[in-house]
Design a protein around this ligand. Structure first.
Ligand SMILES: O=C(O)C1=C[C@@H](OP(=O)(O)O)[C@@H](O)[C@H](O)C1
Ligand SMILES: C=C(OP(=O)(O)O)C(=O)O
Length: 441
């Protein structure tokens, strides 16, 4: 499918966004780890979360998803069934890395695999520390998926340990903490900067003894004490996905005359780096009705169009906006001056190499972009238009659409169906706000 974006029409009105992708993944998996019936509302129904749910079916967990309400019934992780086939994680590293930790605890044999794109993503960052805990896991040649877990006898627990991550990663942190459910001693993870802490919040909410702290210099430390009791079922409503809202924040900031209100947006500070960055660039963003939902901060976010200045992102901020660089780029293309990103080499290991792919597609639109080993420079103000390709990356597809909303000529995004991986209603949401976007086969 092609998405055709015509520039100019202001975005106005009030919208809902889908449930948070990271929290939805965790809610589904943690409900499956728990014993009993869980009920989760505002669950993100999308490509990546369906991959997680299908994997859970293969483990003997039953679930029903209707109108974003997910019911999960599980015997608990100690009674998961051995999957008959490899567990297919699609394009989603979150699905694969979180499942690897949970399966390590369960001690059952399984193979975790995914698309060619997922097979290219680095897995030694989980395989090495899992092996150090005593998990019988191996990667394919080259260190990536498929990952193979052998059976581990029930009477041999995993070893507790302390592991320091070279790069902050919530997926790796979560994987190791979940493996720690079956350890004989606490598991500790230290990250150079605090990555999204949804796992910590949700496990604490389930009564797991978990301590966490910031260390001098900004590093983050977390310790899980293996619970002796089964995990209790989950109940809660997933906050709106800040990473989906990010595209609307960028779009409404750059399209003159826009005024958009997004209700129920997750505002966990480990996720909202783009909000700070856009504000530094001169964006008009107001937050009201702050509250807590499912252990997470949430608020209503209003954004109005404004003239943006170039932004500069580096250091700790990178982690708090790790998924928002495509949306940032869309805004930067319409800001005055040269925006820069550094210390963000990790972007090369996402659904696409988000540094190389962004620079390439921006140039195809007629923009000026420069690639650096750990980031990029983007000049604002070029007259954009043309046909682009999202490199199989949902966020790149949506960012290119947003860039086109404030362009000069139309932008056509090929293979735009990839957007449904995380934001199935992206096009309908833009249309409801008055944007001129249409889909052709
Ligand atoms: O834990 C999670 O839910 C996620 C963590 C991040 O990945 P890393 O942990 O690899 O940084 C992020 O990019 C991804 O979209 C979701
Ligand atoms: C990087 C992302 O997801 P994942 O790592 O789960 O593939 C993303 O959604 O931007």
């Amino acid at each position: 499918m092609n998405l055709i974006v015509s520039p100019g029409a202001p975005l106005r009105g009030e919208v809902r966004i889908p449930g948070d992708k990271s929290i939805s993944h965790r809610a589904a998996l943690f409900a499956a780890l728990a014993e009993g019936e869980s009920l989760i509302e505002n669950f993100l129904d999308s490509g990546v979360t369906r991959a997680m749910l299908n994997a859970l079916t293969a483990l003997g967990v039953t679930w029903r998803l209707e109108d974003e309400c997910l019911e999960v019934r599980s015997p608990g992780w100690r009674r998961w069934k051995i999957p008959a086939e490899p567990l297919f994680c699609g394009n989603s590293a979150t699905t694969l890395r979180l499942l690897a930790g949970a399966l390590a605890a369960a001690g059952i044999p399984a193979v975790l695999d995914g698309t060619p794109g997922l097979r290219r993503r680095p897995m030694e960052r989980i395989v090495d520390p899992l092996r150090a805990m005593g998990v019988p896991i191996t990667a394919a040649e080259g260190g990536g998926a498929p990952l193979t877990l052998q059976a581990r006898p029930a009477e041999s627990p995993l070893r507790g340990m302390s592991h320091t991550l070279a790069v902050a990663s919530a997926q790796v942190k979560t994987c190791l903490l979940l493996a720690g459910l079956a350890a004989d001693a606490p598991v500790e993870v230290v990250e150079p900067t605090l990555s999204r802490d949804h796992t910590e919040r949700m496990l604490k909410g389930m009564g797991v003894a978990l301590e966490d702290a910031r260390l001098p210099g900004g590093a983050a430390w977390v310790r899980l004490h293996p619970p002796q009791q089964p995990l209790p079922p989950l109940r809660g409503s997933i906050p709106g996905d800040f990473s989906a809202a990010a595209f609307l924040l960028a779009a409404a900031s750059i399209v003159p005359g826009s005024d958009v209100l997004i209700r129920g947006v997750g505002l966990n500070p480990t996720r909202t780096g783009l909000l700070e960055t856009l504000r530094e660039m001169g964006a008009r963003i107001e937050i009201t009705h702050r509250r807590e939902v499912f252990g997470e901060p949430v608020g209503d976010v209003r954004v109005q169009a404004s003239a943006l200045r170039a932004g500069r992102v580096q250091g700790e901020r990178v982690v708090a906006m790790i998924d928002e660089f495509p949306a940032f780029a869309a805004a930067a293309l319409h800001a005055e001056g040269i925006s820069t990103v550094r210390d963000a080499q990790e972007l090369r290991y996402k659904e696409s190499d988000r540094i190389a792919a962004l620079v390439q597609e921006v140039r195809r639109l007629g923009g000026i972009a420069e690639e650096h080993p750990d980031g990029f420079d983007l000049s604002g103000g070029a007259a954009l238009g043309g046909t682009v390709h999202p490199h199989g990356d949902h966020r790149l597809a949506m960012a290119l659409a947003v860039a086109g909303l404030a362009g000069v000529k139309s932008v056509i995004i090929e293979q735009a169906e990839i957007m449904a991986e995380s934001f199935p209603d992206f096009v309908a949401t833009l249309q409801a706000l008055g944007a001129q976007v249409k889909v052709t086969p």
